[in-house]
Design a protein around this ligand. Structure first.
Ligand code: NAP
Length: 236
């Protein structure tokens, strides 16, 4: 049985992806930032680990535990994410660096570490969760949009580096999906935003999870280096 690692699996899109991959027959490892999150994963029969991508020590400790438990990752979904919204004139260095650490540096670290296992397995799938913000920008989200655009560019470059080893790497860029993140950021404006979406609604986490499940499968064996948009037509 192949093992899939999904970061930020305790809630939202990551939780839906972890359940989708489990249903597709993978042994799934999910991460959360707290023990309560890990426990909630265990209740769903998903092996949970604590991981804070804003901390090098936490990344090292997480990886050490995986290796001690003889885990070999075939599928990596870099999903964990945060927002630290502010206009540039008011943005603190910390608001900038938290976003770069969690989204960009975290993705680099987990790709680099998982790739060594995938090369040994002679097969691998990496899905990096980006955002429509990377393509269209968003007022108050310059840090987030820049990090996600970085993730997409990183994805393309890595796809060129490892393609000959039967390892594909793609980005998935959601528009507005109903999760805690959108509730926190967009809740008050959602009626206004829905008018901008041709399909007339926010997406659901399981709709993103289906796309990720497809990209992880053999049916997607000739797709690499792409950014696949899933946004109800918000950006086309
Ligand atoms: P969410 O519901 O807020 O869940 C975020 C997940 O990331 C949680 O599992 C959380 O763990 C984890 N996380 C938070 N900080 C972390 C850190 N420092 N280190 C490691 N993990 C951390 O978010 P979501 O809406 O599902 O978003 C998932 C991904 O989709 C993100 O990359 C986001 O940028 C992207 N995205 C979302 C939307 C949208 O509309 N929702 C649109 C475009 C892109 P805890 O439960 O422990 O806090």
């Amino acid at each position: 049985m192949k093992t899939a690692l999904v970061t930020g699996a305790s809630r939202g899109i990551g939780n839906a992806i972890a359940l989708e991959l489990k249903q597709k027959g993978y042994s799934v490892i999910g991460t959360a930032t707290s023990q309560a999150g890990v426990d909630s994963l265990l209740e769903k029969d998903i092996e949970g680990y604590i991981l804070d991508l804003n901390s090098n020590d936490s990344i090292d400790q997480f990886w050490r535990l995986l290796e001690e438990n003889n885990k070999s990752i075939s599928v990596l979904v870099n999903n964990a994410g945060i927002t630290r919204d502010n206009i540039v004139l008011r943005m603190s260095d910390e608001e900038w660096s938290d976003i770069m650490n969690v989204h960009l540096y975290g993705t680099f670290q987990l790709c680099k570490r998982s790739l060594k296992m995938m090369l040994k397995n002679k097969w691998g799938r990496i899905i990096n969760i980006s955002s429509a913000s990377a393509s269209i920008g968003n007022r108050g989200q310059s840090n987030y949009a820049a990090a996600k655009a970085g993730v997409e560019a990183f994805t393309k470059s890595l796809a060129k580096e490892v393609g000959k080893r039967d390892i594909t790497i793609n980005s998935v860029a959601p528009g507005f999906i109903s999760t805690d993140m959108t509730e926190q950021n967009e809740g008050v404006n959602s009626d206004y935003l829905v008018k901008e979406i041709p399909l007339g609604r926010f997406g659901e986490p399981n709709e993103v999870a289906s796309l990720v499940g497809f990209l992880c499968s053999e049916d997607a064996s000739y797709i690499t280096g792409q950014t696949i948009h899933i946004n109800g037509g918000l950006y086309m």
